[in-house]
Design a protein around this ligand. Structure first.
Ligand SMILES: NC(=O)c1ccc[n+]([C@@H]2O[C@H](COP(=O)([O-])OP(=O)(O)OC[C@H]3O[C@@H](n4cnc5c(N)ncnc54)[C@H](OP(=O)(O)O)[C@@H]3O)[C@@H](O)[C@H]2O)c1
Length: 322
């Protein structure tokens, strides 16, 4: 029988708890006294983010190991699904992450159904299916479809670039603008995007858990402004008090060439950076605002989000692994 409401004794599993979003979510849910379990590959990383004397269980395991996954799912009410398989530093095109993410999502939803998990809440990507959608964004949509195909009620949140210290896309932007007063950029510089502050994302994720009416629904989430990458870079410089950046459009530069340029200027591993750069050609803006009916929040502007991210760079959860 479905029981979507979370009781005081129920436990919530976070997958991806050691990531950019996951570690902030752990903190937010612990503050709400929600009992947690984290499935992590490296327990030492998790111990560092779990506040002392909180009710948080840590299970060591890789999501590809179905035995460990079943152990982690036993007795769980709801799951936050915050994982992807991009990574590594090969400069060759990484074509494996999408296959791996599909495989992991399928075995997850099968196990969640068998363990009678009530809800799964997934944070994926904005971007519309069709010709020209990047492999990364196609993969995020495939995972959403797989997670929605089970008996467990799925809530899908779709976001563009998330602004916060330690986020891969945000860090790419930060390094480029901080290091280069003059930039030559390809066509993607004029693509429209609706970035969102990480603090707002965390409010939506926690809000979905406590509002059962969000179960079984898909929501687009974004900040209050639709910008272009060019405006985003200029606004970043303004928020940081840097001299105005000179950005020269060179439409003939290919995305692959700009990916190698990002490898030179930023420390972001190419296994993450290249799939993200391929997606810069895709418009990522909210087509639906129904989340406002369920979780009304005051949305953070882009410049305010940059200021918050910068203040976290050396102290808060935003200490980056890059
Ligand atoms: N960052 C953004 O700007 C952004 C924008 C839109 C949507 N999203 C979505 O938000 C979600 C979270 O992204 P993020 O930025 O937080 O990613 P992230 O920082 O790269 O974290 C990914 C997490 O997944 C874990 N993980 C990966 N493969 C695993 C496996 N096989 N078994 C167990 N754990 C595994 C990692 O664990 P380790 O610590 O062991 O590596 C890490 O905790 C993703 O679905 C992403 O598509 C992010």
């Amino acid at each position: 029988m479905n029981n979507l409401s979370l009781s005081d004794t129920d436990r919530v599993l976070i997958l991806g708890a050691t990531g950019f979003i996951g570690r902030r979510l752990v903190k937010a849910l612990v503050e709400k006294n929600i009992r947690l379990r984290l499935l992590v590959r490296t327990p030492a990383k998790a111990s560092a983010i779990v506040p002392k004397s909180s009710d948080v269980e840590i299970v060591q395991g890789d999501l590809q190991d179905t035995g460990r996954l079943r152990k982690a799912l036993a007795g769980i009410h709801s799951v936050f699904y915050l994982v992807h398989s991009m990574g590594g530093s090969s400069i060759l095109k990484n074509t494996e992450f999408a296959k791996k993410d599909k495989r992991i999502a399928r075995s997850f939803i099968q196990a969640a159904d068998e363990e009678k998990v009530q809800r799964v809440i997934y944070l994926g990507g904005l971007g519309e299916k069709g010709q020209g959608l990047s492999e990364h964004l196609v993969s995020r949509a495939e995972v959403a479809d797989i997670l929605s195909s089970g008996k467990t009620a799925a809530t899908i949140l779709r976001a563009a670039v998330i602004i916060g210290a330690g986020g891969a896309s945000y860090e790419m932007l930060r390094y480029l603008v901080e290091r280069l007063p003059v930039m030559t950029c390809p066509k993607w510089i004029n693509t429209r995007i609706q970035p969102i502050a990480v603090h707002d994302v965390i409010q939506y994720l926690t809000g979905c858990l406590t509002n059962v009416d969000t179960a079984g629904k898909t929501f687009d989430i974004g900040g209050p402004e639709v910008l272009t990458y060019k405006i985003m870079m200029q606004q970043y410089a303004t928020a940081r008090g840097l001299v105005k950046r000179i950005i020269i459009d060179l439409p003939f530069i290919t995305p692959s060439l700009s990916a190698y340029w990002v490898d030179l200027v930023t420390p972001i591993p190419s296994g993450v950076a290249h799939p993200l750069i391929e997606g810069l050609k895709n418009e990522v803006i909210c087509l639906d605002s129904s989340i406002d009916n369920y979780i009304p929040i005051k949305k953070t502007t882009f410049q305010e989000a940059v200021k918050q991210a910068f203040s976290e760079e050396t102290t808060g959860p935003g200490v980056t692994g890059f």
